[in-house]
Write a protein of this length. Structure first.
Length: 283
């Protein structure tokens, strides 16, 4: 990324060099900038801006058309003796300035895209290998599955039962459509804090996906799980009353399902699918 930023810096210096070179030519030949010079600088800026934001091919075509029109204008001015011979060089230089400006702008655009790709790759890498969600600070789905795999191994080797609970916000897409990104982050933090208040102290909380949370319960058998799920569902319904500017208070509907690790859970993926299946029966 440092190299790309350095390249952009050098390209910007090139633009300043072009501007400075044009000023130097006028100074050497003692040419005062007239209205034509202002128009040419404006065209240069427009072409440069186009090359920064538009497709490179479109910018090159626009530059070509501009050069043709400019060449015709120069010929007309010379034919009618409106440009003195000692001034002509200050006009000829724009045949180089225009295409160089477009090429520099296109190069800057390419470098900016390169930086965006680098940032995206770094962000994806962080999301892929991170063990915690950046908003809720809860462990993520990757860790949830890892812990379930540990539960499976402990059960098979030690016979110790442990359980997992999954919580899904009902009609999450509708809720999401009514909140902007900042409000969505606030909602996730609210849910995280609400879970912390109601889950048992010996449990672990997780943020699994959009609108989905998980809870892992160490050494909780199938007999104890039902009672834990019922209590957690009741307490959570009382806890999550999210403030709404239009209605005053909004009760957040959700579904909840729980499983205890069993012999048939060969791996964490199958156990997680069992969890998701359980949501279908919670109405």
């Amino acid at each position: 990324m440092k190299k790309a930023i350095k390249d952009i810096y050098l390209l910007l210096l090139t633009i300043f060099f072009i501007t400075g070179f044009s000023s130097a030519i006028r100074s050497i030949f003692q040419i005062r900038p007239g209205a034509e010079e202002i128009y040419l600088i404006t065209i240069f800026v427009v072409l440069l801006g186009m090359s920064l934001i538009a497709d490179r091919t479109i910018a090159i075509i626009a530059c070509g058309v501009t050069l043709l029109i400019y060449a015709a204008w120069i010929y007309y001015q010379l034919f009618n003796n409106r440009i003195a011979s000692d001034e002509i060089i200050s006009y000829y230089q724009w045949f180089f300035n225009f295409p160089i400006g477009v090429l520099v702008g296109g190069a800057i655009q390419g470098k900016l895209k390169e930086i965006q790709e680098m940032i995206k790759k770094e962000r994806d890498s962080i999301e892929k290998y991170s063990v915690r969600d950046g908003v809720t600070l809860l462990k993520n789905k990757r860790e949830f599955l890892f812990y379930i795999s540990l539960f499976i191994n402990v059960f098979k080797n030690r016979g110790v039962e442990s359980s997992a609970i999954i919580i899904e916000i009902t009609d999450f897409k509708i809720l999401r459509s009514g909140l902007n990104s900042n409000e969505m982050e606030e909602f996730y933090r609210y849910m995280s804090n609400s879970l912390k208040k109601v889950v048992p102290s010996y449990s672990e909380r997780f943020f699994l996906d959009k609108g989905m949370f998980g809870v892992l319960l160490y050494s909780v058998s199938a007999e104890d799980l039902k009672e834990t799920v019922d209590k957690l569902k009741k307490d959570l319904k009382e806890e999550i009353r999210y403030p709404d500017s239009k209605t005053g208070v909004k009760h957040i509907p959700f579904k909840m399902a729980g499983i205890t690790i069993e012999e048939k859970d060969e791996n964490e993926i199958l156990a997680y699918k069992r969890l998701e299946k359980g949501l279908e029966y919670d109405v």
